[in-house]
Design a protein around this ligand. Structure first.
Ligand code: NAP
Ligand code: MN
Length: 273
């Protein structure tokens, strides 16, 4: 089995990475940066975003696993103390209760960014955002090629189900289970009065729908895909849809999404999980 480790730069994550390589070598796992089958991210959810974008061309060949060295993460759901267990399961020294590893696939958001210089495609694991550099932006939002609303406000966030617990949550969006193939469009501080009117609630679109965001000309915009900002020429519009491609995570033990939501945001512990 070929693996690679994506590490956050703090000393705890680096030490854990050294330990991982040592244990992996003892169990016959082969570190392979070019063509890994499993990519282990050690750090936080942000580290998983880095790992995802690093291997974005090989998503069909890779399953990701995340270990957190800070607080519990959504992608990084293994604890540092479970490291040896994880390497045992990965190498087959220890058998998982599941048909190991079970691969779970999460939906992604696909973006087509149409500018003067053509069309560029991106995939987001968490979300895409468009915001104004100088303040309020105005944008027309179409759903399935029909005008839906004229948006005026700070910006728009289009998230995946697994990204619904990130920026989208701060915007008051819903938590979406990653088995639902959908995208969520949430407003970032929309201006609503008698002149400007938006829906106000976030919208969840199924995988055969698309939405287009047409920002009014002559606004300086900031486009982000996960932790990355997208270089921008003269933007015409952005098309958002649920990607055909998915991201795979290796599950060596069950950790239901709702348990992660409860642990991360509510904090009740439950000895059963
Ligand atoms: P960051 O500023 O360090 O991340 C902000 C927080 O979001 C971190 O605590 C991060 O966890 C957490 N996070 C990332 N993905 C998550 C997910 N799927 N579910 C729940 N929490 C998640 O920047 P970053 O680490 O590079 O991550 C980029 C992400 O930050 C963006 O994709 C966006 O979702 C999020 N963000 C949130 C806000 C907001 O809530 N107001 C604003 C900007 C960006 P870790 O500490 O484990 O990395
Ligand atoms: Mn982070």
């Amino acid at each position: 089995m070929r693996y690679f480790v994506q590490t956050r730069s703090d000393s705890v994550s680096k030490e854990l990475t050294d330990k991982f390589h040592r244990l992996a070598a003892e169990r016959g796992l082969q570190c392979d940066e070019q063509t890994p089958e499993i990519v282990v991210s050690i750090g936080g959810d942000g580290t998983m975003l880095h790992a995802f974008h690093r291997y974005i061309e090989r998503l069909d060949e890779i399953a990701f696993v995340g270990i957190h060295t800070g607080h519990l993460g959504f992608y990084a759901d293994w604890q540092a103390t479970e490291l040896e267990d994880l390497v045992d399961l990965m190498s087959g020294v220890k058998k998982s209760d599941l048909l190991s590893p079970r691969i779970v696939k999460y939906p992604l958001v696909e973006l087509e960014i149409h500018t003067d210089s053509g069309v560029r495609k991106y995939l987001a694991l968490n979300e895409f955002t468009v915001r104004g550099i100088d303040g309020t932006i105005v944008a027309q939002i179409d759903i399935n090629d029909q005008l839906f609303e004229m948006f005026r406000g700070d910006g728009i966030c289009v998230s995946t189900p697994s990204g619904s617990t990130a920026y989208n949550k701060s915007l008051g969006g819903a938590m979406l289970h990653p088995s639902i193939e959908a995208l969520q469009l949430a407003e970032i501080a929309s201006i609503n009065n008698r002149v400007y009117r938006t829906l106000g609630s976030s919208l969840i679109l199924p995988n055969h729908h698309h939405c287009d965001i047409y920002p009014r000309n002559e606004q300086r915009l900031l486009l982000t895909v996960d932790h990355l900002s997208v270089p921008l020429g003269n933007l015409h519009y952005v098309r958002c849809s649920v990607a055909k491609q998915k991201v795979s995570f290796a599950r060596y033990r069950p950790y239901p999404f709702w348990n992660r939501v409860r642990r991360a945001f509510i904090g009740y512990e439950n000895t059963e999980d």
